[in-house]
Design a protein around this ligand. Sequence first.
Ligand code: 5GP
Ligand code: ZN
Length: 113
Amino acid sequence: MEDCLFCKIIAGEIPSTKVYEDDTVYVFKDINPITPIHYLLIPKQHICCAAKITPENSAVVGHIYEVAAKIAEKEGITDGYRIVTNCGENAGQTVFHLHFHMLAGVKMGWGAD
Ligand code: 5GP
Ligand code: ZN
């Protein structure tokens, strides 16, 4: 996909700190982490956002959750992690290539906490 930042990262045209890669998924460190551990898990296929998940492309979403569990086990993240995807402008999505934030390493609040 032309002019997609994350497609360029997958292609190696823009450098990133790789955490994990397989045939369908790429994981790298967020450039501006909001928690001590902040990874981005992305499908290699360009999907703009969660609103465009279909029966044809949805398998990668389950796989991304499996990959997150594998990473947590490998890195000894035993006290929990959060996976979140921002979909659309009101949710704060800034890069329009589907991505899941994996946040860990600190106790996180929720809502009015
Ligand atoms: P969003 O706001 O779309 O949910 O998340 C986009 C994320 O991508 C942000 O957390 C931002 O820090 C991260 N990001 C933006 N540009 C780059 C980049 O060039 N490299 C890396 N590693 N992360 C980026
Ligand atoms: Zn893309």
